[in-house]
Design a protein around this ligand. Structure first.
Ligand code: PGA
Length: 254
C-alpha cells in the first residue's frame, strides 16, 4: 500500500491564543520526538492559522483548518473560503466532523461540495464519518457509514478520491474516553477500503489513507495503529498535550 501515515490533532474550539501558541511551539520544538515517517498535522482554531503558519515555516508539521465554506469569495458573512485557507499555507481541512454534522446540520450534499472546493485548490480534505451510539446498537452501523461515504465522496473521480483522507470516528467514542476496540475500528476501515475498491478499483483503495478518531491516546494507539487498514489517527483531547501527541505518533509497530 502506498498510503500515508497521518497523525492529526484536532484542537476543536479549545485554548486561547497564548495557550495555542505555547502548544504549537512545544510541538515545533519537539519535532524530533515525533514519528518522522508520519505526516503530523495540527488543526488549531481559524484565527490563529496565519501566525502559526509562520511559526511552522521551518518545520515538517502541517497546518490544517477545522472547517471551510464551499465558495471561494462572496457575500458569506462569517465563513472562510478554501482559497483564503490556501493563502495562509493550510494544506489540510476537516470536512464533516460529527460535531459539524450534528450542531451545524451539515448534510451529505454540503459536505460533497466542501470536498470538491478543497480539492480544487489542492487542500487535502480529511473527511470524517462515523455512527452515533444509537446507530451502532441498532446494528445498521455499517450501512450508515457506507452511506456517509457514498453520498459525499462517490461522485469524485478515482484520482480525486485518492487525494482525500478518510477519518472514521465513531461518535460514541469521541471525547468519551470510550475507544472502539481495534477489531471494531478495523472492521469499518476494511469495509470502507473494500467498498472503495469495488467502486474505484484496488489502486485507489490502496492509496487512500483511512485514519481512526475517538479517544485515541498513548495507551490504545499501538493496538489501533497495528491494524491493517488503520493508517493513522485523528486525535482530539490527547493532541492538546505535545508529549501525548508525540507518543501517539510513535505508536506504529515495526
Ligand atoms: P477525541 O476527539 O480524541 O477527544 O475523542 C477526536 C475528534 O473528535 O476528532
Amino acid at each position: 500500500m502506498d498510503n500515508k501515515k497521518i497523525i492529526a490533532g484536532n484542537w476543536k474550539m479549545n485554548l486561547d491564543y497564548n495557550e495555542s501558541k505555547e502548544l504549537i511551539q512545544n510541538i515545533a520544538s519537539s519535532e524530533g520526538d515525533f514519528n518522522a515517517d508520519a505526516e503530523i498535522v495540527v488543526f488549531p482554531s481559524m484565527p490563529f492559522l496565519s501566525v502559526f503558519h509562520e511559526l511552522l515555516k521551518d518545520n515538517n508539521v502541517r497546518l490544517g483548518a477545522q472547517n471551510c465554506y464551499i465558495k471561494n469569495s462572496g457575500a458569506f458573512t462569517g465563513e472562510t473560503s478554501p482559497t483564503q485557507l490556501k493563502s495562509l499555507g493550510v494544506t489540510y481541512c476537516l470536512v464533516g466532523h460529527s460535531e459539524r454534522r450534528e450542531i451545524f446540520a451539515e448534510d451529505y450534499d454540503l459536505l460533497a461540495k466542501k470536498v470538491k472546493a478543497l480539492l480544487e485548490v489542492n487542500i487535502t480534505p480529511v473527511f470524517c464519518c462515523g455512527e452515533k451510539l444509537q446507530v451502532r446498537e441498532s446494528n445498521v452501523y455499517k450501512e450508515f457509514v457506507m452511506r456517509q461515504i457514498e453520498e459525499s465522496l462517490f461522485s469524485l473521480s478515482p484520482q480525486d478520491l485518492a487525494k482525500v483522507v478518510i477519518a472514521y470516528e465513531p461518535v460514541w467514542a469521541i471525547g468519551t474516553g470510550k475507544t472502539a476496540t481495534a477489531e471494531q475500528a478495523q472492521e469499518i476501515h476494511n469495509l470502507i477500503r473494500n467498498r472503495i475498491a469495488k467502486e474505484f478499483g484496488e489502486k485507489t483503495a490502496n492509496s487512500i489513507s483511512i485514519i481512526y478518531g475517538g479517544s485515541m491516546n498513548p495507551d490504545n494507539a499501538r493496538e489501533l495503529l497495528a491494524q491493517k487498514d488503520i493508517d493513522g489517527g485523528l486525535i482530539g483531547g490527547a493532541s492538546l498535550d505535545a508529549d501525548l501527541f508525540a507518543q501517539i505518533s510513535t505508536s506504529y509497530s515495526e
